[in-house]
Design a protein around this ligand. Sequence first.
Ligand code: TYM
Length: 322
Amino acid sequence: MVRYLTGFQPTGSLHLGNYFGALRPAIELQDKGEAFYFIADYHALNTVRDPAVLREHVREVAIDALACGLDPAKACFFRQSGVPAVTELAWVLSNVTPMGLLERSHSYKDKLSHGVAPSHALFAYPVLMAADILLYDSDVVPVGKDQKQHLEITRDIATKFNDSYGNVFKLPEPSIREEVATILGLDGQKMSKSYGNAIELFLAEAALRKKVMSIVTDSTPVEAPKDPAQSAIVSLYRLFAPADKVAAMESDFRAGGVGYGEFKKRLFAVIWESFAPMRQRRSELQTDPGYVDRVLAEGALRASTIAQQTIARVRRAVGITS
Ligand code: TYM
């Protein structure tokens, strides 16, 4: 059976990029194989320094994912720190990880350019991510395009380890869906919590409207034709609206006579409506405060069983145990 694994950092509530790029594919895959999905709280220590905020974000991400349809009866859902063996594996893997591999990390350079202070953990981030993936003998990792290089690094690290110690790890494959590989944010760049351009899944109605209305557009006047191919509005609308509605918006763009404000209203309406069932489920989940904790604790227990086998294999392979 194919084993799927993916993770979400608890750096805030989930946004449309997380949903379309990874969460929705992961939810579809939970019916197709063995699924391991987790909240990457060790990773989030990179950027979240307030313990209360971290706890809150873990809860939010868990509730968001469950509300969207992640089903703990099908997928093992846990927090990364619920299986601390992952940090041991990361340390062991560090030893076979060339510095150059990490120095080439786009994500590291990107974070520095966005003002994140360089730390050892930020630099070693791909090693911990490799440990996440290899600890569970994952076959396929559904992610957005921004994680592609991390998957390549994971494969490189696994290969280095296997070269030294025998065939201990299988090499995981990324699963990146072309049409949702990079969801655009309010400013037309990749949607990201850290860029401040994200549309979160469960904003209140007024807040969602405000965000959608703040999508950056050019100064083309209402009556002039507009290019749908260059528009973040159209690219987001395409994620929600049926093909005929998308075609209608594209033709209204080209024809001119409709302002960006009107297009944004259409986009808001379709987002708000699409998430209605998930919003309902989310408010139900919130009535039982212990539920999320129970789900994550049970998930950690199940995940630990697999992790213990892998870590025992690794300890033997490197000579820490006999
Ligand atoms: P994170 O928390 O930044 O994002 C979670 C998932 O959402 C995807 N994503 C996007 N997809 C398309 N368009 C976007 N604008 C967009 N923004 C985010 C991400 O690609 C990701 O799949 N390092 C990971 C977390 C992680 C992980 C792992 C993932 C830790 N260990 C092991 C897979 C396997 C991260 O920061 O994702």
